[in-house]
Design a protein around this ligand. Structure first.
Ligand code: SAM
Length: 245
């Protein structure tokens, strides 16, 4: 892979093409995103997100940035935690996902600031947030190292970054997980969202994403300290946590 190429699932593509393809995927799935999440994970994504909020240590009055926040699951959970004196920003690069998220936020009676922005160039001041989260977003980013550095930059000293992402599953489960990912997922995507390709990309992008230890190293290289992680559901998902010192 030369300097200007990257992965889009199993394909090697130009960086600009990856951005466009990722945008197409999320513009295509936005309206069916929530129902597909529940179906694909049998509701488990709710537990993984609840765990993330629990581990975050976020308290009333804190400032939280939800990067790649999409349809706002985490933003809403954090909004309930920080209360009126806190602040939660819902951000995402994709307009369609953000529009669904913004509507859900309003429907649930919250008025959160919303910004369409690229995680690789965050439009926020240094040292501003107590907590930055990115759930199932990092995998889709072209320069994960830049995004991690940006997320660190906007954290206050003592603040923490939480990365919730698919990871490397426990080895004995791999055959069953492969069957599920490469056969059942695209089939479900076709039936429910009329879009098998986007869900094939999902399965491929999960396989291409760094595993637990590799992501931990990437976070350390981005300048985060005391990095640790929790394996959830046999490593199907991992929650990484790192601090800015
Ligand atoms: N965080 C939400 C959740 O957990 O349900 C949405 C996750 S969704 C799988 C991934 C999101 O990452 C999409 O909404 C997509 O637009 C966003 N995304 C991809 N690349 C991005 C980037 N460079 N900057 C910000 N968001 C990005």
């Amino acid at each position: 892979m030369d300097d200007n190429t990257t992965h889009f699932g199993f394909q090697t593509v130009a960086e600009e093409e990856k951005r466009k393809k990722v945008a197409q995927v999320f513009s295509s799935v936005a309206r069916k995103y929530d129902i597909m999440n529940d179906l694909m994970s049998l509701g488990l994504h709710r537990l993984w997100k609840a765990f993330t909020v629990q581990v975050s240590g976020v308290r009333e009055g804190d400032r939280v940035l939800d990067v790649a926040g999409g349809t706002a699951d985490l933003s809403l959970a954090f909004a309930r935690r920080v209360g009126e004196s806190g602040q939660v920003w819902l951000t995402d690069i994709n307009h369609a996902m953000l529009a669904v998220g913004r509507d859900r936020v309003l429907d649930r009676g919250f008025a959160l600031p919303v910004a369409q922005c690229d995680a690789e160039k965050l439009p926020f001041a240094d040292d501003w947030f107590d907590c930055v989260t990115v759930a199932f977003g990092l995998r889709n980013m072209t320069h994960k190292d830049r995004a991690l550095s940006e997320m660190r930059r906007v954290l206050k000293p003592g603040g923490r970054l939480l990365v919730l992402e698919f990871s490397k599953v426990w080895k004995p489960l791999e055959p069953a997980y492969d069957l599920y990912s490469f056969k059942l997922l695209p089939w479900l995507g076709k039936k429910v969202a009329n879009d098998a390709d986007s869900y094939r990309y999902l399965a491929e992008s999960i396989r291409m994403h760094p595993g637990q230890e590799e992501l931990k190293t990437m976070m350390e290289q981005a300048g985060l300290g005391k990095v640790d992680y929790f394996n959830l559901t046999a490593g199907i998902v991992a929650l990484h946590r790192g601090y800015k010192f």
